[in-house]
Design a protein around this ligand. Structure first.
Ligand code: FE2
Length: 423
């Protein structure tokens, strides 16, 4: 007897009328029109059943703090960093924990079951680190929270920055972070990349750096990151986040850079909502979009994923844990409007994001975790177009969130009353 049988589902690869059998929290079989006794059977009604959404780049320690102690008036990255600096001395662990738990509730309701969060290690108290480790423990039954030790104020620029990083990793933070473009000089930035990659290699940790989050076309720390990755044999274990300077780089240099990134196995996470709002702020007109070269990186064979980065924090006053909104913005900013392009944007918030995070048991294959989101859409293109409602969310075979099917009622004569926005 199966624990769960989901029938009549559309899958992200385009198959329709599929059944998914679940036993002991894992997928046991996927086949068309499967008939088998099960404790529970769910008719997916032809809607899309996807592996959960994943966010490979977030700041859980800052989320839901919008307006504390004031709002970012200029909207720039640098005012955001300054504002976060004003807020930090006022932070209390319990407040951080409660805000993060509230955000994780939003995430689960949105079918977002894996988040990689950077955590600020700049303050020697490591209060945000301890708070987020507590959150990670509490949400573990329903959400994979991965933590990155992130020296927000600069590894070398902050007194004690290296020691704080070491202590954060000793406490159990999963991934080594960095912010080379925020160090005092290009040379210090490159040194920080080298030191951090060496620390990761020594400790057998993954690396995920904020890298070149700048409109400066000469910010080339991604080159150093790719070099150190190869030198230290870290291929497949390193991610460059943002890489916005690549938007503004010289095209000839990029033609050399893209194969170097691909060869090093470094993945890239773009953050479309944040890049389009924070970058280009010093421009008059034309204003640069600032997002990294997503389709070109993908064409070069680089794994590219999209992150949310911020929700209601010193850098961004919008957002609701909706990775389909992220994919929607990503396809607009990158002009990935072909069917293949839209599907690639869906991958950027599902499979590619899971790959960046090294998630185990992720996917729609027998043996994978029975973690799914059932979307009120019939394929991935429609899911992004509608930022589709998440009808049911399962974590390892157990329902963790539900939203009723949404049907708008139109009161016009001689027209159908029910509107679902489907073709
Ligand atoms: Fe970030």
């Amino acid at each position: 007897m199966l624990d769960l049988l989901i029938t009549n589902a559309a899958l992200p690869d385009g198959r329709t009328g599929m059944s998914v059998a679940v036993q002991a929290g894992r997928i046991s079989e996927i086949a068309p029109q499967l008939e088998a006794p099960a404790r529970e059977t769910v008719d997916a009604g032809g809607y899309l059943l996807s592996p959960p959404l994943c966010d490979p780049h977030f700041h859980m320690d800052a989320t839901l703090s919008y307006g504390l102690p004031r709002v970012n008036e200029s909207g720039t990255l640098l005012e955001g960093i300054a504002l976060w600096g004003e807020l930090k001395p006022l932070l209390k662990a319990e407040d951080l924990i409660q805000r993060a738990l509230a955000y994780c509730d939003w995430a689960v309701a949105r079918g977002l079951l894996a988040i990689r969060s950077h955590v600020d290690t700049s303050d020697p108290s490591l209060l945000p680190v301890e708070a987020m480790l507590e959150v990670k423990k509490r949400v573990a039954p329903y959400l994979d929270l991965q933590l990155v030790a992130f020296p927000q104020d600069g590894l070398l620029r902050t007194p004690g920055g290296i020691d704080n990083m070491k202590r954060a990793l000793d406490l159990g933070v999963d991934v080594v972070g960095g912010i080379p473009h925020f160090e005092r000089t290009m040379a210090d930035g490159a040194t920080s990349v080298k030191l951090l990659c060496e620390a990761a290699a020594r400790r057998d940790k993954l690396v995920d750096m904020h890298c070149d989050e700048s409109d400066d076309p000469l910010s080339r720390h991604i080159e150093t990151l790719a070099f150190e990755t190869q030198r230290l044999g870290l291929q497949g274990r390193v991610n460059g986040s943002h890489c916005t300077s690549m938007h503004s780089m010289d095209n000839y240099y990029v033609s050399k850079l893209l194969p170097l990134i691909a060869e090093s196995g470094v993945s890239v996470v773009a953050n479309p909502l944040i890049n389009i709002t924070l970058q280009g702020r010093h421009d008059t007109y034309p204003k640069r979009r600032g997002m990294t070269r997503v389709p070109e990186l993908m064409a070069a064979g680089v794994t590219v994923a999209f992150g949310h980065d911020c929700v209601l924090d010193p850098w961004y006053g919008m957002g609701s844990a909706d990775m389909l909104e992220v994919a929607h913005m990503g396809l607009h900013v990158a002009q990935m409007t072909s069917q293949a392009g839209i599907r690639a944007c869906f991958d950027a918030v599902t499979g590619n994001a899971a790959k960046v995070m090294h998630l185990e048991g992720y996917g729609l294959e027998p043996g994978c975790d029975a973690s799914f989101v059932l979307l009120q859409a019939r394929d991935v293109v429609e899911a992004i177009r509608l930022r589709a409602h998440r009808l049911k969310v399962w974590r390892k075979g157990v329902v963790v969130a539900e939203t009723p099917e949404v049907v708008a009622k139109v009161t016009l004569p001689d027209r159908p009353a029910a509107v679902r926005f489907l073709r």
